[in-house]
Ligand binder design. Structure first.
Ligand code: OXD
Ligand code: MN
Length: 587
């Protein structure tokens, strides 16, 4: 297979000329092609087969031990003007970025096959979908892309019709952390990634295209590319509301997207549209509509069990690629928090030794087609997406942030998103558990200056009077003993219920300086086992701590200098004023 599109053909030719592969394979995305790749990877030892009885069509890949997470410190946005990348990104000029990457790519595919993967992000017929082509020398990447995106002829046809596509060039290189970079050239709609085979660094449709490049494209074209799950919440009357939630990596987006309501919430159902990325467009009536550009899940494995996420637990019992999990004596995949079985070999294939750390890597992953998910929504592939009733920001905060609060307006909601902070997780290399600002959960993923990004968010009210309400949640509050105050998981549906009821003007709330919080009585606590004192703590704020938080938020926002929209300063000042008068009254 080749292509009728001259621009694509000449790019492929140029890349081949430069990287010198042994052969070129145009991917068709068929099941037969997937099987051939799997056989080939089994023969070379890139994959091993897991227990066929308990886990049919499941395979294990053990990565190089130095290549287990996204590398934010080696990820760059390359724009002519440094300020266009902003303080939120590492920057290089396009000339320097290309020169550095081209030197790494020279001859790097000698003796390897070069795969050309035409893919579509989003429903193939959707006007909101966008296409790309990834060139890679990794069969593992091809197999993962087949599960995660729509690969093949239909995508190629759309690319040939549209004439434009995102160009992603990837090589695993030598897997040397000293020769590893992920560079984005938003103005050229192109990506170059070298030296890693890890998902977020190598499956270029995901973070690189669907977030960094797409966020840039979205600003040009008037839409938003966000690090958000999309979920449908169905009440016992059969009404469904769609909610988009932005939480940082490894903070439970997959669990919330596939939530199973507790026994005491009979008649409620949750439908998954997406677990990681949402593209949000205004339709002609001014409604914000969401599509999930992805076709699969690349989820964190540890902690997944029948209680935390039964849908995910079931869906990864077949047709799944596991990366960096442990295995049991009878070759089933195993991970911390699995609840049954015990590890015989760890994520590096060594005989398990408790003193050598966790058996499965904390950022071990499953890759699986979305259609495996028992809660997959029938609208997940709808070309016009779903209407969004509420946007929810959140993070992992031991202290300060209450269980849930509602922003007073869209503009205030943008401040809430911009000020969001969270404790870091194992999804990226670096320290874990450190609180950092992660605006809109996009710190690692916004392809341009956050100042301009907030301005773009703030441009929406001028274009629509029907924008969703904005909320903030925190499932991770702890008491003095370090115990979680809120049970989380399936019980989070109670918070979603309050959110939808606020949207429908049928739930009460208390006005506070930071927004509207539920009174304990406003939450549905039927059948919930939790102390009244914990509920009270979860639904109240400490004005003094919040006063300090607002100072820190402003300090952070001011690092964006001239690009910081004045509207955010105004919103911050209004909250400070309200907090100050509350503190003055109390003293
Ligand atoms: C992911 C991440 O893999 O956010 O989704 O790191
Ligand atoms: Mn993510």
């Amino acid at each position: 297979m080749t292509t009728k599109l001259a621009a694509l053909q000449s790019w492929v030719d140029q890349v081949a000329e430069h990287t010198r592969p042994e052969a070129i394979h145009w991917c068709t995305g068929t099941d037969a092609e997937y099987q051939d790749l799997i056989e080939m990877m089994l023969a070379t030892g890139t994959l091993t087969t897991l227990n066929k009885k308990t886990h049919p069509n499941c395979y294990l890949h053990l990565s190089s031990p130095n290549d287990v997470a996204r590398v934010e410190h080696l990820t760059f946005i390359c724009t002519p003007d440094r300020d266009d990348a902003g303080p939120n990104n590492h920057w290089k000029s396009p000339e320097e970025g290309h020169a550095q990457m081209d030197a790494l790519f020279a001859g790097c595919m000698r003796g390897r096959i070069m795969y050309v993967i035409p893919y579509c992000m989003g429903p193939i017929e959707s006007p909101y979908a966008r296409c790309g082509v990834e060139i890679t020398d990794s069969p593992y990447v091809v197999a993962n892309m087949k599960l995660m995106t729509k690969v093949g002829n239909k995508a190629l046809q759309r690319i040939e019709k549209e004439g434009t596509f995102v160009r992603g060039l990837h090589s695993t290189g030598e897997l040397d952390p000293e020769r590893r970079f992920i560079m984005h050239f938003p103005e050229e709609l192109s990506i170059k990634s070298y030296g890693s085979g890890y998902g977020g660094n190598a499956l270029l449709g995901k973070k690189c295209h669907a977030l960094r490049i797409a966020s840039y494209q979205g600003r040009q074209e008037g839409w938003l590319a966000e690090h958000m799950l999309i979920v449908g919440l169905e009440n016992p009357d059969g009404d469904v509301h769609y909610i988009a939630c932005a939480f940082p990596s490894a903070c439970g987006k997959t669990n919330l997207a596939m939530l199973i309501p507790p026994e005491s919430m009979k008649g409620w159902r949750v439908w998954t549209l997406g677990d990681d990325i949402a593209w949000l467009h205004l339709d002609e009536a001014g409604k914000l509509r969401a599509i999930n550009p992805e076709a699969g899940y690349f989820g964190v494995v540890p902690g997944t069990n029948e209680k935390t996420n039964k849908n995910a637990y079931d869906m990864i019992t077949h047709d799944t690629i596991f990366t960096n999990v442990a295995t049991t004596e009878d070759n089933q995949p195993w991970w911390e928090g699995k609840k049954d079985g015990k590890p015989a070999r760890d994520w590096q294939g060594r005989v398990y030794d408790e003193s050598a750390g966790p058996a499965a890597h904390p950022n071990s992953r499953f890759t699986v087609a979305a259609t495996n998910n028992p809660a997959y929504s029938s609208l997940a592939d709808a070309p016009t997406g779903v209407p969004i009733s509420a946007i929810v920001f959140g993070g992992r905060r031991k202290q300060l942030a209450p269980l849930v609060y509602e922003a007073k307006s869209w503009e205030h909601g943008v401040l809430v998103g911009a000020g969001t902070a969270s404790e870091t997780t194992a999804a990226a290399t670096g320290a874990v558990g450190v609180v950092r600002r992660d605006p809109m959960a996009m710190k690692p993923f916004c392809g341009y200056n956050f100042g301009d990004y907030w301005e773009h968010w703030l441009s929406f009210p001028a274009r629509s009077e029907h924008l969703p309400k904005i909320f903030h949640v925190n499932w991770f509050r702890q008491n003095d003993k370090g115990e979680f105050l809120w049970p989380g998981f399936g019980e989070n549906i109670r918070v979603l219920e309050w959110i939808v009821d606020r949207v429908e003007h049928r739930a009460g709330a208390q006005g506070t300086p930071i927004g509207f919080l539920p009174h304990v009585e406003d939450l549905n606590t039927n059948g919930l086992k939790i102390d009244r004192a914990a509920l009270e703590e979860l639904t109240s704020i400490d004005a003094e701590q919040w006063r300090q938080e607002m100072t820190e938020i402003l300090e952070y926002l001011e690092t964006y200098g001239d690009r910081l929209p004045d509207e955010l300063r105004r919103q911050q000042a209004m909250i400070v004023e309200a907090l100050d008068s509350e503190l003055a009254e109390a003293s």
